[in-house]
Design a protein around this ligand. Structure first.
Ligand SMILES: Nc1nc2c(c(=O)[nH]1)N[C@H]1C(S)=C(S)[C@@H](COP(=O)(O)O)O[C@H]1N2
Ligand SMILES: [Mo]
Length: 406
């Protein structure tokens, strides 16, 4: 039953195509990009990569964005649907040197707040299970412990081409390390796993998802990742749709593990079975089958990945030039080389000037591109280090397609 639902829903689950036509999107492109430029968001001041002073494009004129093809018609930048079927696909074309953090109103949403969500006033997080001193933490106590947690990227494991890969964003967070709260309760011997649960009941029935949100982590993995209960996002209190009053963020892990509306931390041992949320996301976090035991579930971490976010047409010295701007993210350690190719029959070449410093925010890169003939191009990225895991990227998951006329 679960397996069947998983297979049928794999692609459609995260996508709710409605509304805006491709054509309308296309017409908006240039206007939108120019508006960003006018607002000073293009990062002309940037050095190192992108718009540096020596860049051939700095003397050119931006003409238009080449639209990506076959990416569905779901609207971007606006919430659609409700509750478990509610989504906000972020507009990745807006990532710029001067806009590396996603404004909260544009941060992707997978599951809009439940109509049944209790008010924050009485909210408590229970710390229980295999602990010496179980407790209930109120929001006042939690807020008193909050500190800056820095910028971290979140990506839904079901972030697909059909919805323009709009289920990923970066925010600047504040909160409390989750293991500080667990350790305060003094876990018993053998209590080396933590189940994080969130409110997940909805007024309406979902077409695509199963209610019930909890994830079981090895305690040492939460510690190593620097996982925290977030109460603030981009300098303001968390919004309801992003999990207010308190949500989990596990840097480097897929969003499905980042439980929203957290109300319980339960210390368990290695006999714990996987939760329905873990089962629902087993395929998309690249597990082998659907593990029954939490201890057999691999860490839902994001491998190295990269993709284009804009293909820009420019006029430089009277000649048509193209430039691909993209992002790289994921993986455990930064890589030193990123490679790009424009169709399977071409060779991968280095993205020049690529430099990655952190893996759980996105890194911007640009690549001057001179297509030799009109046609359709599938753009794929790769890392050069063979020892580095990049499973989704290597499988072609993040390939994007453009057609060049000249
Ligand atoms: N309680 C609860 N938490 C949840 C979910 C949910 O449906 N219910 N969805 C998860 C998934 S699949 C993702 S990708 C992230 C998305 O967080 P965001 O909507 O703030 O971007 O929340 C996670 N936390
Ligand atoms: Mo997700």
């Amino acid at each position: 039953m679960l397996r069947k639902k998983e297979e049928n829903g794999r692609i459609l689950r995260e996508s709710l195509p409605t509304g805006a036509t491709e054509e309308a999107e296309r017409r908006l492109d240039r206007r939108r990009f120019l508006a960003l430029a006018a607002a000073g968001l293009l990062g002309l001041e940037q050095t190192g990569w992108g718009w540096s002073g020596t860049d051939a494009f700095s003397t050119g004129r931006f003409v238009r964005l080449i639209p990506f093809e076959d990416e569905g018609t779901a609207p971007v930048g606006t919430p659609i649907g409700s509750e478990l079927d509610g989504r906000l696909y972020t507009d990745l074309t807006k990532i710029l040197a001067g806009r590396m953090v996603t404004p909260t109103a544009d941060f992707y949403i997978r599951t809009l707040a439940s109509k049944l969500l209790p008010g924050a006033g009485q909210w408590q997080v229970a710390v229980d299970g295999l602990v010496a001193t179980p407790s209930h933490l109120g929001m006042k106590a939690l807020r008193a412990m909050a500190k800056p947690m820095g910028m971290h990227l979140m990506e839904c494991a079901g972030n697909v081409r059909l919805t323009r890969f709009g289920l990923m964003s970066v925010a600047n967070w504040a909160g409390v390390p989750v293991m500080d709260l667990v350790e305060q309760a003094r876990p018993a011997a053998g209590g080396t796993w933590v189940e994080v649960s969130g409110f997940d009941e909805y007024a309406g029935e979902s077409r695509t998802s199963m209610p019930g949100a909890s994830w079981i982590f090895p305690a040492d993995a939460l510690k190593a990742a620097g996982a925290f209960l977030a109460m603030e996002m981009n300098g303001a209190p968390l919004t309801a749709d992003h999990g207010a009053p308190v949500r989990l963020v596990v840097p480097g892990w897929y969003g499905c593990a980042c439980i929203k509306w957290v109300n319980r931390l339960t210390v368990v041992d290695d006999s714990a079975e996987t939760t329905t949320q873990m089962q629902e996301y087993a395929a998309r976090t690249l597990q082998t089958g659907i593990p029954q035991m939490a201890r057999d579930f691999d860490a839902a971490t994001i491998d190295h990945a990269a993709m284009p976010v804009r293909v820009e047409q420019w006029s430089v010295g009277g000649k048509t030039r193209y430039r691909v701007t993209g992002i790289a993210w994921g993986g455990q350690e930064p890589v030193t080389r990123l490679r790009i190719r424009f169709n399977p029959e071409e060779e991968f070449v280095d993205v020049s000037g690529f430099r990655q410093q952190k893996t759980d925010v996105w890194t911007l890169w640009t690549h001057a591109w001179s297509p030799t003939s009109a046609g359709t191009y599938n753009i794929q990225l790769a890392v050069a280090e063979p020892a580095v895991r990049a499973r989704k990227m290597d499988a072609g998951y993040y390939v994007r397609t453009v057609s060049i006329k000249v």
